[in-house]
Design a protein around this ligand. Structure first.
Ligand code: HMG
Ligand code: MG
Length: 310
């Protein structure tokens, strides 16, 4: 039996990856409250917003208000997504106390997705990130990279491990410190996950590789387990299973943080996150959005709460 990591870092990307895809406008005050509830549940890593073009993603136009409004307790780290220097400059235009701890740059494993998502080729995108990485690191801000469509592309279809490794090399070369393998459209299955992780691990240490799985085809929990077997101990997930990607039609949200936590708890893997606190956060944001969480675990636990309360 493979030994699994004894501790896992959960990065809740719901306030960014989740809410970037909402049709309805979500007030900055709600986003701020969501971040506060996530940290109250014990999450230590939260992707709070993105500094992308508001013409492309209007849902994140309140990025500065969100960063200014959240209160970061000691030990909690905030990340923001930035596509270029303009985004980094905007993220750092606030007082230093409000700066994110980490920025996330994102490149695609396929040319077609790169063009649709960020309007340029893979090489151009990496060249755009070069000064972002240098400027962020000079200021002591960590840089994480996300490789979109690493397990399948809505435009190209199949994606090979060679294509993934090509981008891993490119981001490593410009100084990106962490490599996230992202299944943007949720088509990955365990063996493919392990193949992609192996390629990332040729260039990055275990602690600097993570999985970011969308759950469109219901494979994400299996994929988290496959990645755990490969030793991966950092996962992005979205509270209540919020989200999708505006440039990947039909892609649903990230795997729900509650569902991943239930798996990890069952495996005896430490996270420091409270399932009850997380379900509270899921119930809160789902209530605001007027729908049930897209999380089996949240729905099961909320039903259990309702039945014991009645
Ligand atoms: P572009 O149109 O090629 O760039 O967009 P541009 O430089 O020509 O700028 C166009 C306009 O946007 C200009 O304004 C710029 O000033 C402005 P105008 O002169 O027309 O008034 N602009 C900006 N404004 C604010 N912040 C900025 C910024 N940059 C330019 N940072 C760009 C290129 C990358 C900006 C655009 O394509 C963009 O913002 N795309 C959005 C991408 C995005 O947010 N996608 C979703 C997130 S990625 C994701 O979800 C995947 C992930 O979860 C992993 C996975 O699951 O795969 C990470
Ligand atoms: Mg995503």
């Amino acid at each position: 039996m493979t030994s699994l990591p004894s501790r896992v870092i959960l990065v809740d990307v719901g306030p960014r990856d989740g809410l970037q895809n909402e049709k309805q406008t979500v007030d900055a005050a709600v986003k701020i409250e969501l971040v506060h509830r996530l940290q109250a549940a014990g999450l230590k890593e939260i992707e709070v917003t993105s500094f992308v073009s508001p013409k492309w993603v209007p849902q994140m136009a309140d990025n500065a208000a969100v960063l200014a409004g959240i209160t970061r307790p000691p030990g909690v780290r905030y990340s923001v997504l930035v596509p270029n220097m303009k985004g980094l400059d905007a993220a750092l235009s606030a007082p230093r106390s409000e700066w994110p701890d980490e920025v996330v740059v994102f490149a695609a494993a396929t040319e077609a997705f790169s063009q649709r998502n960020i309007n340029c080729s893979i090489t151009e995108s990496v060249e755009r990130f070069r000064p972002v990485v240098a400027a962020a690191r000079e200021r002591g801000i960590k840089v994480r990279g996300a490789i979109s469509c690493a397990l399948g592309c809505p435009y190209q279809g199949e994606v090979t491990a060679d294509e993934v490794e090509r981008v891993v090399r490119l981001i490593k070369e410009i100084g990106v410190e962490h490599c996230g393998i992202a299944d943007t459209i949720g088509v990955g299955t365990p063996k493919r996950v392990q193949a992609a992780m192996e390629r990332a691990l040729k260039h990055y240490p275990l602690a600097e590789v993570s999985g970011h799985f969308h759950d469109t085809y219901g494979q994400a929990i299996g994929n988290v387990y496959a990645a755990l077997e490969a030793g991966i101990a950092t996962f992005d997930a979205s509270v209540a299973g919020l989200g999708g990607c505006p440039y990947a039609k039909g892609a649903t949200g990230n795997v729900a943080t509650e569902d991943v936590l239930f798996l990890l708890n069952g495996l005896g893997i430490e996270t420091g996150v409270s399932i009850d606190g997380l379900v509270d956060a899921a119930a809160y944001i789902s209530g605001v959005l007027g729908r049930k969480p897209v999380s089996r675990v949240a729905n099961a636990l909320l039903a259990k709460r309702a039945s014991t309360a009645s």
